[in-house]
Design a protein around this ligand. Structure first.
Ligand SMILES: Cc1cc2nc3c(=O)[nH]c(=O)nc-3n(C[C@H](O)[C@H](O)[C@H](O)COP(=O)(O)OP(=O)(O)OC[C@H]3O[C@@H](n4cnc5c(N)ncnc54)[C@H](O)[C@@H]3O)c2cc1C
Length: 176
C-alpha cells in the first residue's frame, strides 16, 4: 500500500506502486530526497549500453580514471574508445527529478518525516512509526513497506532481514 524513504530507490519504488494504483506514501527525513551521500555519482559506461543518460543530470564525462594510493602507487584505467565514456551525475538534480516522476504518478510525499520503527501484528508488519519534524508522532498503517533507506538500512534491521554485521564494507565487497 505504500513506499518508504526518498532516495532514487524510494522514488522509483513509489512511482511504480502509484502507477499500479496503490495508495502510496513516500517518507523522507530531509526536505528533499537525500542529503546525497555523494554529490556526484559515477555511472559506468557499461551501463550506458542499457540506458540512455539524460543530459540534464550530467555534471561531467570521464574519459580517463587514475587512482592514486598513499604509498605512491598509481593505476590508470585504459583510455576508453571514443563513444565509450562514463558519466558523473549530479545527485541533487537527479534525485529531485526522479521524485517529481513519483509525485506525478500520485505519490503522497511526506518530507521532514523520519521513520523510527515498524509495528508488527502476529509477526507481520502492519504499521510504520514516524516523527514529523522530530516533534509530532505519526503512525501509518500499511500492507506493504518498502525500505529504501540506503545502504545501512534500518528498516531491514527492524524487519529482522539482517543484522548490522551482515552489511559491513568487507561483506559488500566480497572479502573474507
Ligand atoms: C561515499 C559514497 C559514494 C558513492 N558513489 C557512488 C557512485 O559513484 N555511483 C553509484 O552508482 N553509486 C554510488 N554510491 C552508492 C549510492 O549511494 C547508491 O547508488 C544510491 O544512493 C542508492 O540510492 P538509494 O535510494 O537506495 O539510497 P539513498 O540514496 O541512500 O537514499 C536513502 C534516502 O532515505 C532517507 N532516509 C534514511 N533513513 C531514513 C529514515 N529513518 N526516515 C526517512 N528517511 C530516511 C535518506 O535521507 C535518503 O534520502 C555511493 C555511496 C557512497 C556512500
Amino acid at each position: 500500500m505504500w513506499s518508504l524513504w526518498g532516495g532514487p530507490g524510494g522514488s522509483m519504488a513509489a512511482k511504480t506502486c502509484a502507477k499500479f494504483g496503490l495508495d502510496t506514501v513516500l517518507v523522507e527525513r530531509e526536505e528533499y530526497p537525500n542529503k546525497p551521500n555523494s554529490l556526484g555519482c559515477l555511472v559506468d559506461r557499461r551501463l550506458c549500453e542499457y540506458i540512455k543518460i539524460d543530459e540534464r543530470f550530467v555534471d561531467s564525462v570521464i574519459r580517463l580514471i587514475k587512482v592514486s594510493s598513499s604509498d605512491g602507487t598509481e593505476i590508470q584505467m585504459q583510455e576508453p574508445k571514443i563513444g565509450e565514456i562514463s558519466y558523473v551525475l549530479n545527485r541533487k538534480t537527479f534525485d529531485r527529478e526522479i521524485l517529481k516522476i513519483a509525485l506525478k504518478e500520485g505519490t503522497e510525499y511526506l518530507n521532514r518525516t523520519r521513520a523510527i520503527g515498524l509495528i508488527k501484528e502476529d509477526g507481520v508488519i502492519k504499521e510504520v512509526k514516524a516523527k514529523i519534524e522530530e516533534r509530532e508522532d505519526l503512525e501509518i498503517r500499511s500492507n506493504i513497506v518498502i525500505g529504501a533507506d540506503g545502504v545501512e538500512s534500518k528498516v531491514g534491521k527492524w524487519a529482522d532481514l539482517y543484522k548490522k554485521s551482515d552489511i559491513s564494507i568487507d561483506n559488500m565487497w566480497g572479502a573474507s
